[in-house]
Design a protein around this ligand. Sequence first.
Ligand SMILES: Cc1cc2nc3c(=O)[nH]c(=O)nc-3n(C[C@H](O)[C@H](O)[C@H](O)COP(=O)(O)O)c2cc1C
Length: 211
Amino acid sequence: MRFDKRMTDLNALFKFTYGLYVVGVKDGEKFGGCVVDAVMQTTVEPPTLVLCCGKKTRTRELLLENKAFSLSVLPDDVDTEIIKNFGFQSARTADKWAAVKHRLRNGLPVLDDAAAWVVCDITDWRELSTHTLFFATIVDAENGAKKPLSYTDYRERKTKGGKTMKYQWVCKVCGYVYDGDTPFEELPDDYVCPVCGVSKADFEKVEVKEK
Ligand SMILES: Cc1cc2nc3c(=O)[nH]c(=O)nc-3n(C[C@H](O)[C@H](O)[C@H](O)COP(=O)(O)O)c2cc1C
């Protein structure tokens, strides 16, 4: 079979269900890591998983160097800033854990806000074309009370238009519901409510019940 890009709709892959995780890995005296969705449990005994990491990432270099990592399962109410911090910049230029609330488990950082977390030792890896597939054994884990965020829910949260959004930003003073194209979190600090003029800080994030 030959792969023909013109005939193949890779959007089908967005219907595969994944969670979202933050990897934590040692980087000298500090820590690195990034957002990943490509994680899959493999055997039950021993408890193992595979993690697929892009070859250009700093995280991959650090995983190869340290052979151990933590994985924090992102909760469904995760602050978008966490995803931006870990997923849209590199630890080559940013100290990603510096301003994020976390604790150390087995010497590795896990998010205070995680729905659950695991710490893993890397037992093997395999180089693929664009990614490295890491095989890992779980050495410590804790389950939390929060629900996990799925990749699909994360994508829907980013979709504008109200119907598929899981959250809306509502003015606490007059009830105006923000409906602009720019994600509310990315509006400038001097944004004001167009109806009553109060500041951005006077908006609250409200969960939208799905119809
Ligand atoms: C929603 C989302 C899912 C991602 N999934 C993966 C993934 O499964 N594997 C991966 O290597 N990178 C993934 N990334 C990209 C990395 O998080 C991103 O390249 C990061 O900036 C790498 O940082 P680093 O250079 O510090 O490792 C994802 C990013 C986002 C926002």
